[in-house]
Design a protein around this ligand. Sequence first.
Ligand code: ARG
Length: 421
Amino acid sequence: KTPAPVPTTYVKAGHLFDATSDKLRDNVVLVIDGERISKIAPAAEVTIPADAKVLDLSSAWVLPGLIDCHTHLEARSDKYDPINEVKQTPFTNGFNGVVNAAKTLQAGFTSVRDVGSSPFFAVDLRRYIDEGFIPGPRVVASGPALSITGGHGDMNGFAPAVSNMLYPAEKDFAIVDSPDEIRHAIRAQVKYGVDVIKILATGGVLSQGDKPGAEQFTYEEMKTAVETAHATGRKVAAHAHGTQGIKDAVRAGVDSIEHGSLIDAEGIQLMKQHGTYLVADIYNDDYILGKAVEFGLPQENVDKEKMVGRLQRENFQKAVEAGVKIAFGTDAGVYPHGDNAKQFHYMVKFGMTPAGAIRAATQSAADLIDRSKDIGTLESGKYADLIAVTANPLDKVEVLEHVGFVMKGGKVYKDELSPAK
Ligand code: ARG
């Protein structure tokens, strides 16, 4: 039997940022066979057959599909009353996920790492997207974030009977207070298909009754989390705002620090030594102190945000200047999904070059999520995950807030740019 021929598409790129360096190349053609890129070459060297499928992006800037390493696709950002949790069913999160996945992909984010959702929302969503049933980005899925009792991931501020009733599943998979319980929860999450483990090393901003600066897991607990996760081939992402929690998480061997708000000079040096990625959600502050307040964010959370927001941006800049590895992650779900690219402005304002910020959202992000073989740069052999914009993002990174063309795995999901077909 002869296998069905793989459809070939030729993409003419006026300007290409392939994310393997900080440079642009002009007038190239990407040859796409099925899901993957088979060749990238100067236009003059490629003969395009007369009847071939051609996408003409010769007046656009073409880049790899963007990657957000910190999303919560089950969450919406127009309700902040914790009492909402009491009213919703698991279906609510499912509806949110379908809508948010589509918005994310339309915004040019062809992959995300989803770090914290109810069990096992992100695993299910990943499966449905991979099956082609739901349009969305490739998903690297976590389960619920591991939290200490009363910590950032627990349901605080309710009567015991209420929180027990609300979170029975989380009790099995997420609320853990010793190395043994951590081992169990990670093994159980892996059993249900997660790709990555999220731990809550310190308190948080948008939780009740805890402090962002305070360490929550001990060093020993975090070390157990890392050993257990790594033994199964999963990486560990550690939510950590607080100075000491960041250092203990890094020493324990986590693969990324999420937020990193109150990091100090020693923490920065430790991250460099260990090669730990920083994933800092430095757009968030605008939204939390703006819209979220209008939507009824409790005063406790507003106060906590005021404590960390500005410091996080300043400390991000120090980490960038010291050469800490940076991967793009925004905490989408706190602000509306689809606005992910608004963070590029702040990454450039606080110390990165546009090329550096884009590579944090492509090449480095793919490295952090362990998908460098398939995504993150535009090279032959990789998935044809690419986007295009109408101005040079190296001059004005904000143009990435208006992505006009999205292809994922060779399939076009948005095309406002190539001339009438
Ligand atoms: N999920 C995080 C938390 O609740 C959001 C922090 C947002 N604030 C910020 N400045 N990045 O802790």
